[in-house]
Write a protein that binds this ligand. Structure first.
Ligand SMILES: [Zn+2]
Ligand SMILES: [Zn+2]
Length: 155
């Protein structure tokens, strides 16, 4: 097989990057060296980013890392801020999405909420705090809920 970036014959060692192709394909197959330079490969976790429905991408392990490292004692204050600042309908959307996610993962509602926030933060390449303040400013649940599902890895 050939790397779709540098066209070198690379045998079977391909990395699927979430870079859309002109022909409509959702992934680009690349050799490791092109992958590492593409901006779609996490050096820390040595794996390609995953593409999201809205065209963004992020490393799943970086998202999980952000969730795990979020200060636990801030969770209550985060919920308080959301409850105070978001219109009821938007808060309801966030809680419903977190509940659905918790049902699937068996994680707490707070962990699910943090995962939405961390996912958006990683996809936008900004900090968790920045996404939280965006959400409180824009008062729009879709800011963190849009494009949350991954598109299929191949085709
Ligand atoms: Zn290459
Ligand atoms: Zn990573």
């Amino acid at each position: 097989m050939h790397c779709e970036i540098c066209d070198q014959d690379i045998g079977q060692t391909l990395v699927f990057l979430p870079i859309k192709r002109i022909d409509g394909k959702l992934n680009t197959s690349a050799c490791l060296s092109c992958a590492e330079q593409s901006g779609y490969y996490c050096q820390e976790h040595q794996r390609p980013y995953i593409g999201f429905n809205d065209g963004t991408s992020a490393c799943l392990r970086c998202i999980e890392k952000m969730v795990t490292e979020a200060p636990k004692d801030n969770a209550a204050s985060l919920w308080r801020k959301l409850t105070k600042n978001l219109p009821a309908a938007e808060l309801k959307k966030v809680i419903a999405a977190a509940q659905t996610s918790s049902d699937l993962t068996k994680d707490s509602l707070t962990t699910s909420l943090l995962r939405f926030l961390a996912s958006k933060a990683c996809r936008e390449r900004v900090s968790l705090e920045k996404i939280i303040s965006h959400l409180l400013e824009r008062k729009d649940a879709n800011l963190i809920l849009d494009g949350i599902s991954f598109y299929p890895k191949n085709n």
